[in-house]
Ligand binder design. Structure first.
Ligand code: SAM
Length: 339
């Protein structure tokens, strides 16, 4: 029998239990982000009925949502019955804040989560079980959803990269390929950091729909080539640097190894591959990635990885992990050809 150290047994409160079982707070929070509710309150005291009218939503339900989120310290009420966001609530106003890109509400994520039991039983993605196809194939067939996903990624990357780009020693010249570069935001940040570097934005065709317009707006068109393709088939050869930002965590070890092997084939002995990912269990923000790890399992059969897991993944693909540079966002994991 296991012996229990009585001194570690804290009394369990109803608040502790509710924190474990409550699923409505995150859903209502995401719903309010999606429908612009936090935006509508902004910094002002507002009457729920006025907000409901301006947003064209049901006033009774909005009042009840605000009451429920007040119990979670998101809103406060004054003597006249108006509400305003607390400092915690203000974090939820969309924009480049700590939650940018992660607070949306999409029906397809929820359908996948509804199949979490399937993931637990089989290890397979709940998304695939529900939709009969994988996440990125489905997004490619639903252009608006893909645009929404890419915009969320762009905001997330913007937020995570704040001090991250300058933490990596980018070469001063040559070509950087951003594999699975999505919106192209990260590549634009690298090119601004190194004015003589050229870039190739590589991603699925549907992910690149707005890339040309984006680089025009950044004045970077003449330094960027937009390259549609599938990373499992091959990536542009001979570049100095291959970047994979939040790409490998979308895949199982087997698929991530295939992706790295494809990149390896295109690398020269002087090429470097850098992944921008979390290193699970390291850094002050690590705890929140244990949840994201399961989100990835349910959506894409992906996973977050510890340092030994990263090292072994690169090793399986014939690469050697040479450096891990931690930033306040994610970490740069640098690898070169193993031999
Ligand atoms: C999580 S997003 C990361 C986007 C971007 N690197 C960033 O950090 O903002 C993963 C990216 O991988 C791309 N992707 C998925 N499957 C792919 C494939 N088979 N070939 C190329 N890119 C793919 C997606 O379109 C998406 O842009």
């Amino acid at each position: 029998m296991l012996s229990v150290d009585q001194s570690s047994q804290k009394p369990v409160s109803n608040t502790d239990i509710s924190a474990l079982l409550d699923f409505w707070t995150p859903l209502l929070t995401r719903l309010c982000v999606e429908r612009g509710v936090f935006d509508a309150y902004g910094d002002e005291w507002r009457y729920d009925d006025d907000v409901a009218r301006s947003l064209e939503v049901n006033a009774d339900v909005l009042r009840r949502i605000v009451r429920a989120l007040s119990s979670r310290d998101v809103f406060e009420e004054n003597a006249e019955g108006a509400h305003r966001l607390t400092p915690l609530g203000r974090v939820l106003i969309p924009g480049p804040g700590p939650l940018a890109g992660v607070s949306g509400f999409t029906s397809w994520d929820l359908h996948a989560w509804a199949e979490a039991e399937h993931t637990l039983l089989t290890g397979e993605a709940g998304f695939h079980h529900h939709y009969g196809t994988d996440y990125f194939t489905w997004l490619s067939d639903h252009k608006e959803a893909f645009a929404q996903f890419s915009e969320a990624m762009k905001q997330r990357t913007h937020n995570l990269l704040v001090s991250g780009i300058s933490a990596y020693p980018w070469p001063s010249a040559g070509t950087v390929v951003d594999v699975g570069g999505g919106s192209g935001y990260l590549l634009s940040a690298v090119l601004r950091e190194r004015p003589s570097l050229r870039g190739i934005l590589f991603d699925l065709p549907a992910a690149l729909a707005d890339a040309e317009e984006y680089y025009e707006s950044c004045g970077l068109t003449d330094r960027v080539t937009i390259a549609p393709g599938d990373v499992f088939d091959g990536v542009p050869p001979g570049a100095e640097i291959y970047v994979l930002a939040s790409v490998l965590h979308d895949w199982s070890d087997d698929d991530a190894t295939r992706i790295l092997r494809t990149c390896r084939k295109s690398m020269t002995p002087s090429s470097t591959l850098v992944a921008y990912e979390t290193v699970l269990g390291e850094g002050p923000e690590s705890a929140m990635y244990y949840g994201l790890d399961l989100h990835l399992a349910i959506l894409v059969n992906g996973r977050e990885r510890t340092r030994p897991e990263w090292s072994s993944l690169f090793g399986r693909a014939g690469l050697r992990l040479t450096k891990v540079i931690s930033t306040p966002g994610l970490s740069w994991l640098e690898a070169v050809l193993a031999e």
